[in-house]
Design a protein around this ligand. Structure first.
Ligand code: C2E
Ligand code: CA
Ligand code: CA
Length: 588
């Protein structure tokens, strides 16, 4: 039975619209009808007052079950969930020509007994409510199909799936959600390393053609069956689509991980005497704070790249895949639309003083919210746009957003904090950036010291040093980004008049595990002190790190321990809470 049929049936059995609608989806979420009715009764109250149509509340429950946020740490998901809610209400209102209240849909007020009697007498519920419930179901099915399509990068056209096959789509979503929940738990709780393995079957299409589709399906079932027998309770797998599978596992050493894959490969390497060749892409997690989808993407990139190598069928994701062809093509094709469609956004990550427990600044970080692919992170597209020159447009946009934000704080009577923006090295090679920055400062009438510039240190480069000097002379504050990340050259500190050193995240991590790391850090602090440079530690994630940093005299920090990068509005509220000023605002 389709969702629409089920909902209609329940309406005919005199259930309320919220119950009928949520009930129609109960099976998709593994709920029995009774429980579904109870839940929707709790939430459908607005409708009984003659207010919001119960189909809306029930639909939001469905969305919540499908991709609502359940992890208070996962801001991306929260933002995403909120956006879906807005999306739904907008589409509903469009389909219903503005009617979102029970009153408007029924033309009567169910909170008034006399009108309710009339509704019953005229059988209005069965005449009018199915329109709202059908509209809701159409939108929900559209939204969930879109989601699944993106989640699985599906090559099949889900639009062609007949309505009664929608249940299958939902099963897919449920599986994917369950898989992701399990993986998130593992990432959270495991003290071992975690690896993402994505694999597919080479020339699966040809196998289908040669031996028939039925055989092809048997191969997939066989693969799932073998995975089931190999994986223990801490190893999770999923069949993402057709012949693409993903396994997430703990491991101690890379050798152990390779052993696991080779063992798997032996088990699934042939079926009914037909040889199957698998290609494996592996992503080993370094940063557990990264979004799950990004980890999945990296394993996928490695799998795709693995198809082109001959010596082995296992390929580990390495940093350079960020620029993989696949990604590059997508980015290049979508850039123009991204700028035009205002898909780039500024996120702000607070910087804190440990001693004062106060916000002392923020870093502006770009985010690309693609309507279909969702959030794209800078390390996925910055390397590409640095090469094709697009970085200019994006950076100028973020710089302007930062200035606009500072202006907004001033206008709202909040003492603004300095906002630092990232400066690609590309800018330091052209002659435009100094003028662009000065113009922005003027246009928004903000003090220069509030816009700070982050520049990544590299091996000495005369040209860059000269440009940096020029910016410094113009009165900008210069932050040396990623200090200690590998290109360290103390010479840079001599050549370029930086004001603040930002210690790289890796640096902070190392100091926690080795004595030597700590010693170097102490030296760094005292050097910064002697050179009268500010010092800020990046990527601070734990209480221990905070304590250690404090004990060696580093007070300024930025990192997940305090806050993740967040949408501008959220940061604005945070700042407002902390520093609302009495009437008069000193202009600088
Ligand atoms: P970055 O300048 O070193 O920025 C800090 C990165 O570390 C950010 O990643 C931030 O989200 C992340 N981070 C902050 N705190 C923590 C923590 O406690 N733990 C961990 N694991 N990570 C933390 P994001 O936003 O993905 O940016 C990555 C890089 O992309 C930036 O590194 C910067 O080099 C570049 N980038 C970002 N936005 C822009 C931009 O507007 N223009 C240019 N040119 N580059 C940008
Ligand atoms: Ca930075
Ligand atoms: Ca950095």
């Amino acid at each position: 039975m389709t969702h629409k049929e089920k909902a209609d049936q329940l309406l005919h059995q005199q259930y309320h619209c919220s119950q009928a609608l949520f009930g129609a989806f109960a099976d998709d979420f593994g709920l029995d009808l009774k429980t579904a009715f109870r839940i929707s009764t709790c939430f459908g109250g607005g409708m009984r007052q003659g207010g919001t149509c119960g189909c809306i509340t029930a639909s939001l429950l469905v969305l919540g079950m499908a991709f609502g946020f359940y992890d208070s740490q996962d801001r991306e998901l929260e933002v995403y969930g909120n956006k879906k809610t807005e999306d739904f209400i907008r589409r509903f209102s469009e389909k219903m020509e503005g009617a979102v209240c029970c009153r408007d849909i029924l033309g009567k007020d169910i909170s008034k007994p006399e009108e309710m009697a009339q509704i019953r007498k005229d059988g209005l519920i069965l005449k009018k409510c199915p329109r709202a419930s059908n509209a809701s179901i159409e939108i929900l099915e559209e939204m969930l199909t879109e989601y699944l399509k993106n989640a699985a990068e599906s090559s099949i056209d889900l639009d062609d799936i007949p309505e009664n096959e929608m249940q299958r789509v939902f099963k897919g979503i449920r599986k994917l959600n369950r898989f992701r929940r399990n993986v998130n738990n593992l990432l959270y709780s495991s003290d071992k390393e975690i690896g993402f393995i994505q694999f597919d079957i080479r020339k699966f299409k040809i196998i289908n053609d040669l031996y028939g589709e039925k055989f092809g399906n048997e191969v997939l079932e066989f693969t799932l069956h073998e995975l089931e027998s190999i994986c223990n309770e801490k190893q999770f797998f999923i069949n993402l689509r057709s012949d693409v599978f993903m396994v997430v596992t703990e491991y101690k050493t890379e050798a152990e991980l390779v052993d696991f894959i080779q063992n798997l490969d032996r088990k699934i390497g042939s079926f009914k005497n037909v040889k199957l060749q698998m290609v494996y892409g592996v992503y080993t997690v370094e940063d557990r704070g990264m979004e799950l989808r990004q980890m999945e993407d990296r394993a996928a990139m490695a799998r795709k790249a693995a198809k082109n190598i001959v010596l082995s069928n296992i390929l580990f994701y390495r940093e350079q895949f960020k620029e993989s062809l696949y990604n590059r093509k997508f980015i290049e094709e979508n850039l123009q639309a991204a700028i035009a469609g205002r898909q780039f956004m500024m996120y702000l990550q607070p910087k804190y003083s440990i001693a004062k427990n106060e916000i002392i600044g923020a870093e502006a970080l770009v985010r690309w919210r693609h309507p279909e692919r969702g959030m794209i992170y800078p390390d996925q597209f910055i390397p590409v746009i640095e090469e094709n020159g697009f970085i200019q447009k994006v950076d100028y946009y973020i710089w302007e957003e930062a200035c606009r934000f500072i202006r907004k704080c001033k206008d709202a009577g909040i003492v603004p904090c300095p906002v630092s923006v990232n400066m690609s090295r590309i800018h330091l090679r052209d002659n435009e950036c100094v003028g662009v920055l000065s113009d922005l400062i003027q246009a928004y009438a903000i003090p220069k010291r509030l816009l700070e510039l982050e520049i990544t240190e590299t091996a000495d480069d005369q040209q860059i040093s000269r440009k940096a000097l020029q910016l410094k002379e113009e009165g900008f504050t210069l932050l040396m980004d990623d200090f200690g990340s590998g290109y360290s050259s103390l010479n840079v500190l001599l050549e370029t008049p930086f004001d603040v050193i930002k210690l790289d995240r890796k640096f902070i991590e190392n100091m926690m595990i080795s004595k030597k790391g700590r010693l170097i850090l102490e030296q760094g602090v005292s050097m910064a002190d002697k050179l009268r440079l500010g010092l800020l530690a990046e990527g601070v994630e734990t209480r221990e790190q905070i304590e250690l940093l404090q004990s060696i005299g580093c007070d300024q920090v930025q990192g997940y321990y305090y806050a993740r990068p967040m949408p501008e509005e959220e940061f604005f509220e945070l700042l407002k809470e902390q520093r609302r000023t009495p009437e008069a605002m000193p202009e600088d």
